[in-house]
Design a protein around this ligand. Structure first.
Ligand code: SF4
Length: 469
């Protein structure tokens, strides 16, 4: 594994990426068309973004560090006729917020010109890279996406799809890919299906996207999931499906439903918002089962706790209110060197509404707890606003293990749940109580619980990984 956790003030695990791909039988303004769904996927990565599209016989790419509106806004001003393009938003890893790691990656090799965008993480990167280095490969980035291109170009004398299939068979871990090769657009999802990828059509146009919210913005209503281990090949002759690799048991990332995906997306066969509401309701039932009922109202930590808090309130029959408001213009807060600056960063983002909090016993619902530093500040904020009691509820189980499949989770020793019990966490963050949604109850919230990965909660990884910490 080549990535390390990136240090930020953020309490949440970080998502690595979102992808989009568009094919149109007639020329349209592809760069402009890519802008809107990428904008809709901005929550999946805010560090860099880019697009690649066919212009005549060549692939043109533009990428930079920054948000979609600032980097790609230029494409709203001019008509650039094309039939095929892909795009990417990226969340960077430690030492990785560099332009050379931005995507799509474009390579000119013995397979022709290829553009590739990747969501996920190849978990056997080190083994493959060591072999390629030994054979003289030169890498320009630290991204595992480049590895796929290197591997592919080494396989000579074979049909392109055959070479691609063989490459994918050697890649372990999580990958949802979109690729341009010649006049062909290809969408691929790994055999476990860790990361989502959707495919839809509208008026002859074919679209791949990490989430359905990105299809919605193009008004693509006819769509389906790319199946685990499926490659969809789109060209002038239509769309064909190719299966590759050994059929595996599905291991879709449950954290997509808990936190990463946008609540208006449908993912893994369900509405993300409704799945989160079920998780909140399950938290309320767990409280009822343990005899806890001493609260006046339910508050979300916005925006990540909104849906679960609503589910909790409805199940518990308690009022739901917005006791914290969020300033959406602060962006992602980079590591602040002192505790005082870290507190200021949270105060810039979240603001208590004193008039509804004063004298209240509140259930404060969020999705997950990583280090506990932000939660401690949030509890302090609402205590300052006059709450009498704070009961923190998390709609994820305790995170105890790193992720090797495209999510940035701190090392084991940095995870608060490996250091403290929920009671000790409550004391640490100055809450009256803290409890997590236990894994069996989380499974009950899913119609097909056996199809999900829970490895960051229970350490049961679907593929072999090397744990270093
Ligand atoms: S380890 Fe956790 S974050 Fe990573 S894929 Fe599995 S459920 Fe998702």
């Amino acid at each position: 594994m080549i990535y390390k956790h990136v240090e930020t003030n953020d309490e949440k695990p970080g998502h690595f990426c979102g992808v989009i791909g568009i094919y149109s039988p007639a020329e349209i303004n592809i760069p402009e068309k890519l802008f809107f769904p990428l904008f809709a996927l901005q929550h999946r990565g805010q560090e860099s973004c880019g697009i690649a599209y066919r212009k005549g016989e060549r692939i043109v790419a533009y990428k930079d560090l920054g948000m979609v509106s600032s980097v790609l806004g230029r494409y709203l001003k001019e008509d650039r006729p094309s039939r095929i393009g892909i795009g990417h938003v990226r969340y960077s890893t430690s030492g990785g917020n560099k332009l050379e790691n931005a995507q799509p990656m474009v390579a000119n090799c013995n397979k022709g010109e290829i553009a590739l965008a990747h969501n996920g993480n190849i978990s056997n990167t080190q083994d493959i890279k060591a072999g390629l280095f030994a054979e003289g490969s030169i890498f320009q980035s630290t991204s595992d996406t480049e590895l796929i291109l290197h591997y592919l170009s080494r396989l000579q004398g074979r049909d392109f799809i055959e070479a691609l299939t063989e490459t994918l068979i050697h890649m372990e871990g999580a990958y949802s890919l979109v690729m341009i090769r010649g006049e062909t657009l290809i969408g691929i999802r790994d055999p476990f299906g860790f990361r989502p990828l959707y495919y839809g059509t509208k008026d002859g146009m074919s679209v791949f996207a990490s989430e359905t919210c990105a299809l919605d913005i193009l008004q693509v209503t006819d769509y389906r999931s790319v199946e685990p281990g499926e490659m969809l090949i789109v060209d002038s002759s239509g769309t064909r499906s190719v299966r590759f690799g050994q059929p595996r048991e599905k291991r879709q990332c449950v954290f997509e439903l808990i936190y990463f995906a946008r609540p208006d997306s449908r993912m893994f066969g369900q509405s993300v918002h409704l799945a989160r509401k079920r998780m909140g309701a399950a938290l309320a039932r767990a409280d009822r089962d343990r005899g806890f009922s001493e609260a006046d109202m339910v508050l979300p930590v916005p925006d990540s706790g909104n849906s679960a808090a609503l589910g909790y309130a409805q199940e518990a029959g308690l009022p739901f209110d917005l006791g914290l408001t969020r300033n959406h213009y602060t962006g992602r807060s980079f590591i602040m060197p002192t505790p005082g600056q870290r507190e200021l960063a949270v105060r810039m983002k979240l603001h208590p509404v004193r008039d509804i909090l004063q004298g209240k016993r509140v259930v404060l619902v969020d999705d997950s707890l990583v280090r506990g530093t932000t939660s401690r500040i949030i509890v302090k904020l609402i205590r300052e606003a006059g709450v009498k009691e704070v009961h923190v509820r998390l709609s994820a189980p305790e995170i105890k293990w790193p992720c090797f499949f495209g999510i940035d989770v701190p090392t084991r020793k940095e995870l608060i749940s490996n250091q403290l019990s929920p009671q000790e966490i409550a004391r640490h963050i100055d809450a009256d109580s803290v409890s997590f949604l236990e894994e069996p109850r989380l499974r009950e919230c899913l119609p097909d619980p056996e199809n999900f990965c829970y490895a960051c909660f229970n350490g049961k990884y679907p593929v072999k990984v090397s744990l270093n910490d």
